[in-house]
Design a protein around this ligand. Structure first.
Ligand SMILES: [Zn+2]
Ligand SMILES: [Zn+2]
Length: 180
């Protein structure tokens, strides 16, 4: 969803002048998060609560808050997991006429002219906050590498002894010796 910030940028203008704070609730359109680690459906989401304030010099401060729940998978056993996320962030939007002066202007790629693209803004925050590891439970035992059974549901009794790779390489050399 796009939010027009023209009025916010027009509310101050002079350097150092702090405009009034505009608060609004913006519905989030995205129904899934498609990131580099896969696509995850969004099961629940609140509207994005935004606070916008002109901080002078063609810039506006954005404060945002949104809560989401994603359907994800356990990294070990692939069971379905609901991953909640609460995002609270602060970013600075730069008006198009002030952008040239801004050195790190790609920080505001969520701006399209005077419009704030809330989807892009939130997408970036999800990406930044995506958990390194998703587990169905802290002590998830994962799946058996031999038979594929979920080991949280019981022991399958497979021999899953994995020899040390250096040792295995040595054993291969001995085997090769014998064959000669
Ligand atoms: Zn698991
Ligand atoms: Zn097994």
């Amino acid at each position: 969803m796009l939010v027009d910030l023209s009025a916010v940028f027009a509310s101050g203008g002079k350097e150092g002048y702090e405009g009034i704070t505009t608060e609004l609730q913006v519905p989030l359109e995205m129904t899934e998060f498609a990131g580099p680690m896969g696509s995850f459906p969004i099961l629940e989401k609140t509207p994005v609560a935004l606070k916008l304030q002109n901080i002078g010099g063609g810039k506006a401060e954005i404060e945002g808050n949104v809560k989401l729940v994603f359907r994800t998978q356990c990294d070990r056993c692939l069971a379905e997991v609901e991953t909640p996320m609460e995002l609270s962030f602060e970013r600075t939007a730069v008006a198009p006429e002030a952008e040239g002066e801004e050195e790190d202007s790609d920080d505001s790629h969520f701006m399209e002219g005077y419009q704030l693209n809330v989807e892009t803004l939130v997408y970036d925050e999800i990406l930044l906050n995506w958990p390194m590891k998703i587990l169905c439970r802290e002590d998830c035992k994962g799946v058996c590498p031999v038979c594929g059974r979920n080991r949280n549901e019981g022991d399958c009794g497979c021999d899953t002894f994995v020899p040390d790779s250096r040792l295995a390489a040595l054993q291969d050399i001995f085997k090769a010796d014998k064959e000669v």
